[in-house]
Write a protein that binds this ligand. Structure first.
Ligand SMILES: Cc1cc2nc3c(=O)[nH]c(=O)nc-3n(C[C@H](O)[C@H](O)[C@H](O)COP(=O)(O)OP(=O)(O)OC[C@H]3O[C@@H](n4cnc5c(N)ncnc54)[C@H](O)[C@@H]3O)c2cc1C
Length: 449
């Protein structure tokens, strides 16, 4: 590792954070610090790693460096579905390749959800930050319903509980007539992602020996006499062990080159609805839908400290530069507007207050970039679009590996090391293939999009 490039920008505002009350800032790193463990990145993976390190060795000194503001990066920009069940985005109906793999992944995701639930309790997060509500796969078409039925069959094979909902159930829940059916599963936790990340960071910062610095991007790393010297614009941390929890940006650190797919997805959030608008809409104050077709539109209604709002997420793009071109968000905002008006005709006059994007990291073979990558350096990256649960798993595993915890003492005994991420095709072949495939899947999603 040596000099890193500048961190690429996160497109648009961090809306979930913007709707929360202002918070006290964390310091920026200035001067030299020494730590036993340095965690780079304060997303799901980094915060989980820091919590697990502290659980295992409370007397150790751990520093967390976050290049942006806490909850401003992808961890505070997502739709907040912390999903327990198989959720393979490259499939037609989320089912994984084999029952065995899906059972193992579900066990890991559930352990991550328990870990997050315990953190929410220990750090006295507001109730809205983490709600064990389950979620619904919503279908707007016959094809979507068929995807749900196929997925239900797969769940039955896994001995998992689910409930099928009809058009009347969906209307009663949402107030809208757009959806024909749904499939409810109980195990997903719904996060207000920025509130959860803020609460997690604040809880860790109160632990003795844990210090978090924000707006402190790592700019260079060098190894000297058994220690890593990690530089930020105004400071330096010296640590024997480093956990890189930066998702796709690990490529800037010199690891997994040409093995990680940098994909963006996008969301829009309405302004707070008025009482009159809520009444016109009807339905319940909170619900959360993933689309029956994996490349369809995710829709959530929230009601909490930021008011009553609707959030929609759709569109994906592969951008190997890790940044999106100017004008992308304008085009995304138009797509979101169309999707919103089709679903919520009674709220046509409600403007979107925010439109944003966020970086995901996927691998061609759906595996993480996890484990030791150099002497004293551990990766907890590449969450394949499901970082709330998988990032938490990666953080726990990286912390346990860094400390040499035996499998029998692991929080995640079901974890099995995976093959490394597969090499990508050369550009522009990869760009054409990935973007062409996603556009085709979005078109095929029809009214689910
Ligand atoms: C619109 C949208 C909707 C999504 N919906 C969902 C969902 O419902 N459920 C789900 O599970 N996932 C969802 N995701 C994906 C999810 O947000 C990511 O998978 C998750 O954030 C990855 O967690 P992480 O901790 O691995 O990485 P990140 O959240 O990306 O955290 C890494 C952190 O490292 C910091 N960093 C990077 N480089 C440096 C550096 N050089 N120095 C210091 N800090 C650095 C970054 O600023 C960042 O904060 C969604 C994403 C988007 C954009």
């Amino acid at each position: 590792m040596a000099e890193l490039g500048a961190m690429p920008p996160d497109p648009g505002p961090a809306a979930w954070d913007a709707i929360l009350p202002a918070r006290a800032p964390y310091p920026t790193l200035v001067g030299e610090q020494h730590a036993d463990y340095l965690v780079v990145g304060a997303g799901f993976a980094g915060l989980a790693a820091a919590r697990r390190l502290h659980q295992l060795q409370p007397e150790a000194r751990t520093i967390i460096l976050e290049g942006r503001g806490v909850a401003e990066g992808p961890a505070g920009r997502n739709s907040g579905f912390m999903i327990d069940l198989p959720h393979d985005l490259s499939s037609d109906d989320y089912a994984g390749e084999s029952l065995d793999n899906d059972r193992r992944q579900t066990a890991l995701n559930r352990a991550a959800i328990r870990f997050a639930a315990q953190a929410a309790q220990d750090y006295a997060m507001p109730a809205e930050a983490f709600v064990a509500s389950g979620k619904i796969n919503a279908a707007a078409t016959d094809k979507g319903r068929q995807h749900n039925l196929d997925y239900a069959r797969h769940l039955a094979g896994l001995d998992e509980t689910y409930e099928l909902l009809d058009a009347a159930d969906m209307k009663a829940l949402t107030g809208i007539a757009y959806y024909q059916s749904g499939l409810w599963t109980p195990g997903t936790a719904m996060l207000q992602p920025a509130q959860f990340i803020r609460g997690f960071a604040a809880g860790l910062q109160q632990q003795r020996g844990v210090d978090l610095y924000e707006y402190s991007p790592v700019t260079a790393c060098t190894q000297r006499q058994g220690y890593w010297q990690v530089q930020t614009p105004q400071g330096l941390v010296q640590a024997k062990t480093v956990i890189l929890a930066v998702n796709g940006l690990i490529q800037q650190f010199g690891y997994f080159a040409r093995r990680l797919l940098h994909v963006f997805t996008y969301a829009s959030m309405t302004r707070a609805l008025t009482v009159d608008e809520c009444q016109r809409l009807g339905g319940e104050a909170q619900w959360a839908f993933t689309p029956a077709d994996p490349l369809g539109t995710t829709v959530r209604r929230i009601s909490g400290v930021g008011g009553n709002r609707i959030i929609i997420r759709s569109r994906s793009s592969y951008d190997p530069t890790m940044a999106v071109p100017e004008g992308r968000l304008d085009s995304v905002a138009r797509t979101h507007r169309r999707g919103f008006e089709a679903r919520f005709p009674m709220l046509k006059q409600v403007e979107m207050a925010y439109c944003w994007g966020g970086r995901l990291c996927l691998s061609l073979n759906g595996v993480s970039a996890l484990g030791q990558v150099a002497e004293g350096v551990y990766a907890a990256c590449c969450q394949n679009g499901l970082g709330t649960a998988k990032g938490t798993v990666a953080g726990i595993i990286a912390a346990e590996q860094a400390m040499g915890v035996a499998k029998s003492a692991s929080l995640l005994p079901d974890y099995q090391p995976e093959a490394p991420p597969k090499k990508l095709m050369p550009e522009p072949l990869m760009w054409l293939g990935a973007n062409g495939y996603m556009r085709w899947k979005e078109l095929r999603a029809g009214r689910e999009f």
